[in-house]
Design a protein around this ligand. Sequence first.
Ligand code: SF4
Length: 390
Amino acid sequence: MAKGAGSSPSIPASEDRGTAPATQSLRQFVVKVHSRCDLACDHCYIYEHADSSWRGRPSVIPLPVVVRTAERIAEHAAAHELDTVHVVLHGGEPLLAGPARLRAIAEEFRSALSGHCRLDLRLQTNAVRLDERFCELFLEHDIKVGVSLDGDRSAHDRHRRFRDGRGSHHHVLRGVRLLNEPRHRHLFAGLLCTVDTRNDPLQVYSALLAAAPPRVDFLLPHATWDQPPARHDGRPTPYADWLIAIADEWFATGRPVPVRLFESILSLLAGGPSFVESTGTTSVDHVVIETDGTIEQADSLKTAYEGAPQTGMDVFSHSLDDVSDHPGLRERRRGLSDLCATCRSCPLVQVCGGGLYAHRFRSGHGFDNPSVYCRDLTELITHFQQRFRD
Ligand code: SF4
């Protein structure tokens, strides 16, 4: 799957629940069904950042790993009396697993969770291979599909290219058109757009709207204090400026499509929950299952350092309660006390929440820092505050 900044597609982040109980439930499971990709995006956090653990893993998830993963999730859902769990079929590029393997995976999850809880099954794809066969499968198993699209052709193909240098924009639009056909439309979860400030924001926004998505997400490229984000024109807050240009248009035109980042900020300003992991003092409740059955923390941590997301656990030897008690996850459930002193005393902290956890990393200080996007987040949230007051 082409990405560049990562999160699960269109699943709300959990609200801050304050002090964590002994074992907190997990509700979101990102399952890597294929660990390779058919694109070679230069901003991809899996293949182009610090962690290279994917090299030693099977390409396609073996069925015994799927079966054990589904059993673990069912066991966890029953123990915690969960009414819904969210499973995201992810990659690499999940469509590389092929329709037959994806069908077997979907059947396994549906069957294991039947009688325990509702299964919200999703897939995040670059859509390059999306065709009728996959759409049939999505219909059959009610799989909601998120697509990575960075805007118009020049914006998208700036990064999302095949290994031979060809752009993928044309292929992605073909996939999106299929999803927009009336019989598939209810399966289209939305578009995920990674920000590149060299692209014209309004052109990007207009291209996204032209694809008629039910929802849009903007993601900041993964970066840390060791590897700061590109600031191409030397401006102090290029990411805020870029997003504000779109937000102003979004407000001026009556918010024609839900934009998760913007709606999260508005919700948090009104005292409500966040809908994305990158804002608010959210409590982490998701884990990643790799193709070899190892269980890891959020993929975005791969940008920090080699092995950052590791828990040392796997679906064969560990329950999801074991994973939920891992210090790395417990650390991220303490709300405000999870944050560095600068963030704790920041007037915007309830909305910003220190930004995405991975973006706080600095060698020698770990994650005990403000976000490397601090100035952009300050500018963006302040702009929304102003709007909110008007
Ligand atoms: S704006 Fe900066 S200091 Fe304030 S909470 Fe966010 S990252 Fe921390």
